[in-house]
Design a protein around this ligand. Structure first.
Ligand code: AMP
Ligand code: MG
Length: 329
């Protein structure tokens, strides 16, 4: 199958809508990362997502809808604070896990009784979702385990020949996936950290906790247990306060005739003068924006990416560290 990459305009959106209605898959930009979309009402189309990605069959998909879509068509809202979250953060990089009404097919939710719902803020994606006017279920548009794509070209690199169309909406402004928040309970629980931080949710709801994914706790978000985000080269992760060990490792790799790259926030770069660097940026938002891009750049250049941890795990750093541990830990 030929895979087209088309800039978003009326023609490409018409084609995308036709493909979705015909049960095909479409790569689409969002403000976080690119998604691989299918109609959430079409079980055969949804199965194609799992096949194209090699995604484990127990890892459910997020339903994406346009900003005027009434999500109570799809889910029950049982907690009043959910309306405040919707008002504050949607459209945007927040995914809400709610009790499903069963409209989105069971293949998309892997037989579960909840549905994850998101309204992307990316203008081109909104245009497509508005035109198709269906819940579009979509995981990130990469092969399973690989780093998530932040450009149409990266989607093409992973899925060329497997899908008919990628809508090109430029480089994603967010850079890491949405925050996944379980809002079926009295206190909202973060299942996956992201750009909408615990602190931001607390400022609206007053309380919020991280779900524990330890043994014994029912796994609410199956995705968290899988290998993820991994570049196709060796990796290592060093603590922010242990830069000497990272330098020691770098020298060791050089002595083995390997090409190491250190991936770090720009504000520690002066510690690594003269070394190969993948610089992530100065602020937490810049670092999130660049993270997957630098991992994908690194896998092409480096034998090993030596990643430096963030200085803390508050705010957006929580989501960045979650991705760094899975990609490089
Ligand atoms: P991806 O689309 O690859 O970014 O992965 C979507 C993430 O959302 C995964 O971590 C899933 O496990 C999680 N997710 C999707 N639907 C649900 C749901 N109904 N309940 C809990 N987590 C979900
Ligand atoms: Mg993914």
């Amino acid at each position: 199958m030929e895979t087209k990459i088309l800039a978003i305009d009326d023609n490409s959106i018409s084609l995308a809508v036709k493909l979705i209605n015909d049960g095909e898959l479409v790569g689409m930009p969002t403000e976080t990362v690119y998604g691989l979309g299918a109609s959430g009402l079409n079980p055969d189309a949804v199965k194609k997502i799992f096949t194209a990605k090699g995604r484990p069959s127990d890892n459910p998909l997020i339903a994406h809808v346009h900003k005027d879509y009434d999500i109570t068509n799809l889910v029950h809202i049982t907690q009043n604070y959910v309306y405040d979250l919707i008002k504050e953060f949607m459209p945007g990089p927040l995914t809400l896990v709610l009790n499903s009404k069963g409209v989105v097919c069971s293949e998309a939710v892997c037989g579960g009784d909840t549905l994850a719902v998101r309204m992307p803020s990316h203008a081109g994606c909104q245009k497509f979702l508005k035109a198709v006017n269906l819940p579009i279920v979509a995981p990130s548009a990469n092969l399973s385990k690989h780093t998530s794509p932040t450009t149409a070209k990266y989607v093409y690199d992973d899925l060329n020949g497997k899908i008919p169309l990628i809508l090109d909406g430029g480089k994603c402004s967010g850079g890491i996936e949405s925050t996944v928040l379980d809002v079926t309970t009295k206190t909202p629980r973060i299942l996956r950290a992201g750009l909408i931080t615990k602190e931001m949710i607390e400022s609206v709801v007053g309380r919020c906790e991280y779900a524990s994914h330890s043994e014994g706790d029912k796994v609410r978000s199956p995705g968290v247990k899988y290998a993820h985000y991994q570049p196709r080269c060796e990796t290592a992760l060093y603590e922010f306060n242990d830069l000497d060990s990272a330098i020691f490792r770098y020298e060791k790799e050089v002595a083995k005739n390997k090409t190491p790259y250190i991936m770090c926030p720009t504000f520690v770069a002066e510690n690594f003068k003269g070394k190969n660097l993948l610089l992530l940026g100065e602020t937490e938002l810049e670092i999130a924006f660049n993270l997957y891009d630098k991992l994908l750049e690194g896998e092409k250049k480096a034998d090993i990416i030596i990643a430096i941890a963030m200085p803390s795990e508050t705010g957006v750093y929580a989501g960045i560290m979650n991705r760094l541990r899975k990609s490089c830990g």
